[in-house]
Each structure stands twice: as structure tokens, then as C-alpha cells.
Write a protein that binds this ligand. Structure first.
Ligand SMILES: Nc1ncnc2c1ncn2[C@@H]1O[C@H](COP(=O)(O)OP(=O)(O)OP(=O)(O)O)[C@@H](O)[C@H]1O
Length: 270
């Protein structure tokens, strides 16, 4: 089974690559997210913002079925990747994650060499071509090659936090996904490493479609083309996240349509 992928050269830049319609997401009996429609546009960075617990990470992880690994997780809705529902019965989540890769909050290189970290997914996918070339290309695209080219056999864990996160990005892009999901990729990093990752994201969007969860609104403003603002509904006695509004980052920050968005943004900036 394979999933369709964009022919980048002959598609318009604003094509929707992932169209996510969430009706309900439960963890056990807990309704975590409801009624949210989130289109992810090709070769753009989409930022997810909102208060703690509003479901940003849950929604992001839905986009490549990463939540399937949680036993209590239940999804009602559809996530269409180029029109194909990735939650359909015959779709293998492992294949989904080959097209839609993920980078986590804590840099999590494997306890193996820098080279092996990048080659890991390729070996898993039984890549038969020139591995050295692939590893070099991924490390170059992750802006890490110059810093590690003379120590590829050193442990990935010997790198600094920022370098480890760039290594994880290299690992994620080595198998050429189309979409990269990033769950607060800078939250464990200092300001300099954060800035490097932000610059890298801006470069990556020339080749990849990116969605990022961030707590940092300035970061969303710096990197995101589109922004989705989520909030928490406590009206029924629960704490259920939902999408309040989504649009271009400029529109959401400068001309929000919803009072909740206005209040959240002005609260953060005043
Ligand atoms: N594995 C899980 N089991 C049970 N509940 C969970 C699980 N993961 C998340 N939740 C709950 O789902 C809701 C949404 O969590 P999520 O982590 O997606 O929110 P978030 O907006 O990313 O939060 P934060 O900004 O604090 O990281 C929260 O109430 C959280 O407690």
C-alpha cells in the first residue's frame, strides 16, 4: 500500500496537503478535543498556538497517527492526506509516518553514532542506494554537516542540545517525508539554538510542509505562515480543546476575528 505524494513542481504553493477534520478525540472517557477543521498547506509552516491543555500536541500527533500508540486514544473524524483518509482501515500507520515525519520536544537521538542515527530510518525502509550520500544530504539540509562531518562515528548523545535536535531533524528528513510535524522543537533549547532551529525551519519549508506546536507566540509570528489558535471549553464541566480560528499568521495576530483570540493575544503581549 502506498500513499499519494505531491508532485511539487506542478502543484500550486497553497495546495492543501493534509485536511484534518476532528469530530471528537477521547482519551478513555475524557473528551480532549472536539469540532476542529485544520488544513495544512503545502510548503508552508502552520503554527498551533493556545493555552496549556487545549490539545495542540494531540491534534499534531493525529496528523501522522502517532496517537495510535496510546491505548486509550479514540479518534472520530478524518485526516485526508492528498485526499486519502490516513485513518482508513487499510492504511498502515508506519507507512503514514514515512510520508509525515515527526520531531519531538526533547531532542531524542538514539544511543548510536551520528551516522547511524541518520541512517536508521533508511535501513528500516531497506534503502539500497548510496547511504553515505543520503546521510550527508540529510545532515546538510539540517544545517549540521559542517559541525559533525569529521566525527560521524561519535555518539549522537555527545552533541549539544541544539545539535541533537538538528540531528533528529536530519533523521526525520533522511527518508524524504513530505510533511514534518514538530512538537515544541525548541522548548528544551537556549535562545541561540532556538534561533538556529527557526532559521532551519524557514529553509526546510522550501522542500517540506511543516506544522509546529509552539508555546511561544513570538516564535509563531517569526516562522509560521498560517496560525491555528486553540482554546479550552470548560462550559460542560470538562476541559475540551477546540479550534477557535485559523488563518494567515498576519491576520490571526493583527486582525483576529474571535474575541477569545484577541484576548489571548493581547494578554500575552500586554
Ligand atoms: N496520553 C494521554 N492520556 C490521557 N489524557 C491525555 C493524554 N495526552 C494528553 N491528554 C490530555 O488531553 C488534553 C490535551 O493535551 P495536549 O497535550 O494535547 O495539550 P497541549 O495544548 O499540547 O498542552 P501543553 O501546551 O500543556 O503541552 C489535556 O487535558 C491532557 O491532559
Amino acid at each position: 500500500m502506498s500513499l499519494p505524494r505531491s508532485q511539487a513542481a506542478d502543484t500550486a504553493p497553497s495546495e492543501t496537503v493534509i485536511d484534518c477534520q476532528i469530530d471528537k478525540i477521547h482519551y478513555g472517557d475524557f473528551l480532549a478535543v472536539r469540532d476542529s477543521k485544520i488544513p495544512i498547506e503545502q510548503k508552508k509552516i502552520t503554527g498551533f498556538i493556545g493555552p496549556s491543555g487545549c490539545g495542540k500536541s494531540t491534534v499534531l500527533r493525529c496528523l501522522n497517527r502517532m496517537n495510535d500508540l496510546i491505548q486509550t486514544f479514540r479518534f472520530e473524524g478524518q485526516v485526508h492526506y492528498h485526499g486519502q483518509d490516513i485513518y482508513a482501515k487499510d492504511v498502515d500507520p508506519v507507512v503514514v509516518r514515512r510520508y509525515i515525519g515527526m520531531v519531538f520536544q526533547q531532542p531524542n537521538p538514539f544511543s548510536m553514532s551520528i551516522y547511524e542515527n541518520v541512517a536508521f530510518g533508511l535501513k528500516l525502509n531497506k534503502f539500497k542506494g548510496d547511504m553515505d550520500k543520503k546521510v550527508e544530504k540529510a545532515l546538510k539540509r539540517a544545517f549540521l554537516w559542517d559541525e559533525v562531518k569529521d566525527k560521524l562515528k561519535a555518539s549522537g548523545l555527545s552533541l549539544s542540545g541544539g545539535q541533537q535536535q538538528r540531528l533528529c531533524i536530519a533523521r526525520a528528513i533522511a527518508s524524504e517525508p513530505e510533511v514534518l510535524l514538530m512538537d515544541e522543537p525548541c522548548s528544551a533549547l537556549d535562545p541561540i539554538a532556538t534561533r538556529q532551529i527557526e532559521e532551519l525551519m524557514l529553509e526546510l519549508k522550501n522542500r517540506y510542509t511543516v506544522a509546529i506546536v509552539t508555546h511561544n507566540m513570538q516564535q509563531a509570528m517569526r516562522v509560521a505562515d498560517n496560525t491555528a489558535f486553540f482554546s479550552v471549553d470548560i462550559s460542560q464541566g470538562g476541559r475540551t480543546g477546540y479550534l477557535v480560528e485559523m488563518g494567515s499568521t498576519e491576520q490571526v495576530f493583527e486582525n483576529p476575528q474571535q474575541t477569545l483570540t484577541k484576548e489571548y493575544i493581547s494578554g500575552e503581549f500586554s
